[in-house]
Unconditional design. Structure first.
Length: 487
């Protein structure tokens, strides 16, 4: 039996206590990355089973105005919308109102006789229908034109809808998912937004999630920001617009907290939205996406599939003008990670992947590595800087580890630390390029906070302390260099 076939919801193998303990280190890393990558705001949440172990809002909703970001600010989550659409379709399949092998013209009769008429619901769900991605004029993504309404959507599909034959290539398509929104309306007798509100968001109590831009809640939305054209660029804010007939593909708004609740409904054993049989259809590998001689991704039915380490995750990313978002769901170990950013080019995928890796680093602590019970390991934790950069010391899985928070992969080159005494650590002996086996010595200030850390013979200071002393340290070095030249 493969891991993603396990359906007993009580058998989550991830330790809730470990996740709670790791949350401060993960939040610290997210904030460091946000500042380092010049991201205006990051909203993030982690759920393990029934508990949200981290919910945080870092930085600004509006960077230009300096408005702080909150955990209840609404983000446009774009292609996350496809997961709601796919879930809705499978609900209607369970009700006998839709069949996966229905041709699209059975529900959208305007397409009868067109090249797209025989494309099936399943082919649209899996991006195997050969449908055009966004249209022959997609400058609506640049907010130069309105998004298509139903009439424009149908006309586009009649005139330019087919690019490939069905199942010829995996071809990601927002237009195809917009057609699935019309299927939901036809089969349910409700508007797309009303169906989702009744059958998903209302059922789960997601008060901060909806299918489309809601102008009555305009003040609650996180501001979107432009991308950086180069390293010296200044961001501008971008207005929100509705996506009209494309809401089923890209219109949704939500929060990181709501998305973890929604993701939990996709755990095996959860019964709020779908049976486990339907979840398997959504989550299994429908398409292996190969290009240029290598695999570049996997996709199910409305959910993408990602491997982080040994962990198989499902979920989706989203890219909307001004917002980039990513949610990962482990339906077996019952973990959801959602990271939302409010700028074009925002590092949501990098950050969500890093969060999963830090959770797994915490979960895989070596036996015998725990901090002794008579010592508070938290006193050693923090970010410590010197001329060569910043190092984090964090409590993960009951033991201390050191890693570089500027790296996009926080666990790519970490070191395990062991406690020698209340003032001293040591890097655990192992093969490596760092200060393996050497001491890490702490000096404390009058308040019991780290003042200086000697890590493998090199001095490090809390970041703000080093920032204050860096110029003088460099100036002293220049004096010494000049003195040697003169001697």
């Amino acid at each position: 039996m493969t891991t993603h076939d396990r359906t007993d919801a009580a058998l989550s193998s991830y330790d809730l206590t470990t996740a709670r303990e790791a949350a401060p280190a993960i939040e610290s890393w997210l904030e460091y990355q946000r500042r380092y990558l010049r991201t205006p705001g990051v909203q993030a949440a982690i759920r393990v089973g029934d508990e949200i172990v981290l919910s945080t809002a870092l930085g600004n909703s509006d960077e230009v105005a300096g408005t702080p970001l909150r955990t209840d600010h609404l983000f446009r989550i774009a292609s996350h919308s496809k997961t709601f659409t796919a879930t809705s379709i499978l609900q209607l399949v369970e009700q006998g109102k839709v069949r996966l092998d229905d041709p699209i013209d059975a529900h959208v009769p305007e397409l009868a006789g067109s090249a797209l008429a025989p494309v099936t619901v399943r082919e649209l769900l899996g991006h195997q229908g050969g449908v055009i991605r966004d249209g022959v004029d997609k400058d609506y993504w640049q907010l130069m034109d309105p998004f298509p309404d139903r009439e424009a959507l149908v006309e586009l599909c009649l005139s330019h809808g087919q690019v490939f034959e069905p199942n010829e290539h995996f071809k990601y398509t927002n237009i195809g998912y917009s057609l699935l929104g019309l299927v939901i309306e036809s089969a349910s007798g409700l508007s797309y937004g009303d169906y989702v509100a009744a059958s998903i968001t209302g059922r789960l109590g997601l008060a901060n999630t909806g299918a489309e831009w809601d102008p009555e809640r305009a003040s609650e939305y996180a501001g979107g920001h432009t991308g950086l054209l180069d390293g010296s660029d200044v961001r501008e804010t971008i207005p929100h617009v509705d996506t009209r007939a494309m809401a089923a593909a890209t219109g949704f708004y939500s929060t990181a907290e709501d998305l973890t609740s929604y993701g939990a409904a996709h755990f095996f054993g959860a019964d709020q939205l779908l049976t486990d049989a339907s979840k398997r259809l959504l989550q299994r590998d429908e398409s292996l996406v190969n290009a240029h001689g290598r695999e570049i991704g996997r996709y199910g039915l409305g959910l993408d599939i990602v491997k982080v380490g040994d962990r198989r995750l499902v979920g989706h990313s989203g890219g909307y003008p001004g917002h980039i978002t990513r949610t990962f769901i482990d339906p077996v170990d019952q973990i959801v990670v959602s990271v939302l950013t409010n700028c074009i080019g925002g590092p949501a995928g990098i950050l969500a992947t890093g969060v999963v890796k830090l959770l797994d680093l915490a979960a895989n602590a070596p036996a015998g590595s725990a901090v002794p019970s008579d010592i508070d390991g938290r006193r050693f934790c923090g970010n410590f800087a010197n001329l060569m950069g910043v190092m984090s010391i964090a409590l993960l899985g009951g033991r201390l580890v050191a890693f570089f928070p500027a790296a996009p992969d926080p666990v790519d080159s970490y070191e395990e630390l062991q406690v020698i005494d209340e003032n001293t650590l040591a890097v655990v002996p192992a093969a490596g390029f760092g200060s393996i086996g050497e001491k890490v010595e702490f000096t404390w200030d009058a308040d019991g906070q780290p003042e200086v850390v000697r890590y493998g013979g090199s001095s490090r200071w809390p970041v703000e302390v080093f920032r204050a002393r860096r110029s003088a340290q460099i100036a002293d070095a220049e004096v010494h260099v000049e003195a040697r030249r003169s001697s």
